[in-house]
Design a protein around this ligand. Structure first.
Ligand code: ADP
Length: 248
């Protein structure tokens, strides 16, 4: 018989040393690819994800162009080396589904009507996965869209909460996702206090469900502050480099 993994110990500490409502360490960087119109990189715990944006640009194939707004396309993809056992590079059903839900999470935020007959292409490339990649993917994609200068009503930020080892926990890692009781990824638009993605698997009481949503939103608010800092850091760096050039 396989032994059950202890996801939360007697002191309320998780397998990676976190408290129940603690996020994984997050590192964000904006504008790291020179060939894309916008790009960003996130590390959230062991997750490592790149996002790149092209557009608004001419739509190919042209018949897909929409007369009244931009066509938003999204590809969420996990690299073959992103998980322990090599993953096929061909898009799986899971990746097709995630590409769709991520695109739908962004549609309410982007002023698509400002760019009729064009496309905005969003690529999310998971280089290393450790649970919660759809959320980290949304968080980093938001920065890449902002970096591309795509006008948005607000940044979208995402975070999951759920239940593992009998406790409600924030920002589940891979083992908590697989061995835990429930997982609820949420994408949030803070300025509008609106949710644009909500999924759940597992089992929770209605009370636990409501608490988990609130926990996920608290996580989103913390990550939103980091997103804004990352954008400011990029523009501060540009400002400093132009000041140096002007002085020369
Ligand atoms: P999310 O990454 O958004 O939590 P899932 O709940 O579907 O999405 O996946 C949870 C985790 O399972 C992923 O982050 C990844 O670590 C792992 N995983 C997903 N697909 C595979 C795969 N094909 N092979 C091995 N591990 C995978």
């Amino acid at each position: 018989m396989t032994e059950k993994i202890v996801l939360v110990n007697e002191d309320g500490i998780r397998t990676d040393g976190r408290k129940l409502s603690e996020l994984r360490p997050i590192k964000l960087e904006v504008g790291i690819l020179s060939n894309a119109d916008g790009s960003a990189y996130i590390e959230q715990g062991k997750n490592k994800i790149l996002a790149a944006v092209y557009g608004p640009r001419e739509v190919h194939p042209r018949h897909m162009a929409l007369p009244d707004r931009a066509l938003l396309r999204c590809r969420y993809h996990m690299a073959p080396f992103s998980v322990e056992e090599r993953k096929s590079p061909a898009p799986s059903r899971r990746e097709v589904e995630l590409s769709k839900v991520i695109r739908e999470a962004f549609e309410p935020a982007i002023f698509l009507e400002k760019f009729p007959r064009t496309s905005i292409d969003l690529f999310i490339e998971v280089l290393q996965a450790d649970g919660g990649t759809r959320c980290a993917g949304v968080t980093v994609a938001s920065l890449a869209l902002a970096d591309a200068g795509i006008p948005m009503k607000d940044l979208i930020v995402a975070c999951a909460a759920g239940k593992a080892g009998g406790h409600l926990v924030l920002d589940l890692n891979d083992i908590e996702d697989k061995e835990g009781e429930a997982d609820i990824p949420v994408a949030y638009m803070p300025s509008f206090n609106a949710v644009s993605l909500l999924q759940m698997d597992g089992l929770l009481t209605i009370e636990e469900f409501q608490q988990a949503i609130n926990l996920a939103l608290e996580g989103c608010k913390q990550i939103y502050a980091l997103q804004k800092e990352a954008l400011k850091a990029k523009y501060q760096a540009i400002k400093e480099s132009t000041e140096v050039t002007e002085e020369e």
